[in-house]
Design a protein around this ligand. Structure first.
Ligand SMILES: [Zn+2]
Ligand SMILES: [Zn+2]
Ligand SMILES: [Zn+2]
Length: 345
């Protein structure tokens, strides 16, 4: 990698490159390689019974080599016998090794497209809906999130790892077999910077965690609560951007998802399965994204941040006003949404 301060608008675009928008300061990944990704969902999604699927058990030779798996100990890597697998994404947006220069031009700032992009195959069976996974399979999926985040954070170039899942055509999923992804990046996602800043400013004034206080207030009010256990809470946030948006948080303060114990993975697996089941029962065949927001790689336990899972149903697509203004329009109140989710079977 070379450093350049004289580059400019004509610097050649590498395979993958980070470019900073001079107007908003936000980073954009230019990922040429992704043009080759599957176009399964270029048309409205249909159930493609019988079509070849590389993620199904038995088709391991058609995927990239596994990075980690939970499998029968008597079975070798990249063979059947697994319950969940982590693979390098075949069409990565960012790359671990990439050519390119650090470019600090006054207007056109870029970085090589460094990062890690992995995919987690959540079951050997061709499941397309989360409600088909057992509670144990959910715990396996959460186990692989923890395992891969712990491993990837050791790369000193990377500051953040976002785990996310796309289900259904409107969510951006390009393969229907249930899977989630990890995108680890050298810069903090803007959403995380915003949440950290709000948490830090609240902590400075109140000496308490913003998220813990919101949890306490939601539990006291009750009207936006979807479900609770001794350890977990799910509610529709006060300023939900999406109809039926639902967040899951640990009730005990915890900033870093990788600190979860095996016991917590098991109980969270059951709880997440229950909540996604309520979402899918309320909105049959809905597309949704869920995202894991945890603390940055280079932080130790934080008093002012609290990890959480955001479930974002995609009932309508983002339109002009949202893109143009950055304001979401939500036509369903979170109070009503929580009421509907509570009544789901
Ligand atoms: Zn499959
Ligand atoms: Zn907290
Ligand atoms: Zn968040």
């Amino acid at each position: 990698m070379t450093v350049s301060s004289s580059g400019g608008p004509n610097d050649a675009l590498a395979e993958s490159q980070w470019r900073r928008c001079p107007f908003t300061g936000r980073w954009v990944v230019m990922a040429q390689v992704r043009a080759g990704r599957p176009m399964d969902f270029a048309r409205p999604a249909v159930r493609r019974d019988g079509a070849f699927c590389p993620f199904c058990g038995g088709n391991e030779e058609f995927t990239t080599a596994e990075l980690a798996a939970r499998r029968d100990p008597a079975t070798p890597a990249n063979a059947p016998g697994w319950r969940v697998r982590a693979l390098p994404n075949k069409y990565p947006a960012v790359l671990s090794h990439v050519d390119g220069t650090i470019n600090d031009h006054a207007l056109f700032v870029s970085r090589p497209g460094v990062g890690v992009h992995e995919v987690f195959v959540e079951s050997p069976e061709h499941f397309t809906s989360s409600s088909q996974l057992s509670a144990e399979q959910f715990a396996d999926v959460l186990w692989i999130y923890r395992q891969r985040l712990c491993d990837v954070r050791r790369d000193a170039r990377l500051r953040y790892g976002l785990v996310f899942k796309n289900v259904g055509a409107l969510s951006g999923a390009s393969l229907e077999h249930l899977h989630s992804q990890l995108l680890a990046t050298p810069m903090l996602p803007a959403t995380i910077s915003d949440e950290l800043a709000s948490g830090a400013s609240y902590y400075q004034r109140q000496r308490r965690c913003l998220f813990c206080d919101v949890i306490a207030a939601e539990l006291a009010a009750g009207e936006r609560i979807v479900a609770t256990t001794d350890e977990w809470v799910a509610f529709c946030p006060y300023a939900s951007r999406f109809s039926w948006e639902t967040w899951i948080l640990p009730r005990q303060h915890q900033s870093d998802f990788t600190c979860l114990t095996d016991g917590q993975l098991g109980s969270l697996g059951s709880f997440l399965r229950q909540i996604l089941g309520q979402v899918e029962a309320t909105l049959p065949l809905v597309s949704y994204n869920y995202l894991l927001h945890t603390s940055p790689f280079d932080t130790l336990a934080l008093e002012h941040y609290h990890w959480h899972l955001e479930i974002l149903p995609r009932v309508t697509s983002v339109a002009g006003f949202e893109w143009g203004a950055g304001f979401a329009i939500n036509t369903l109140s979170p109070e009503k949404a929580a009421d509907m989710l509570r009544q789901a079977p």
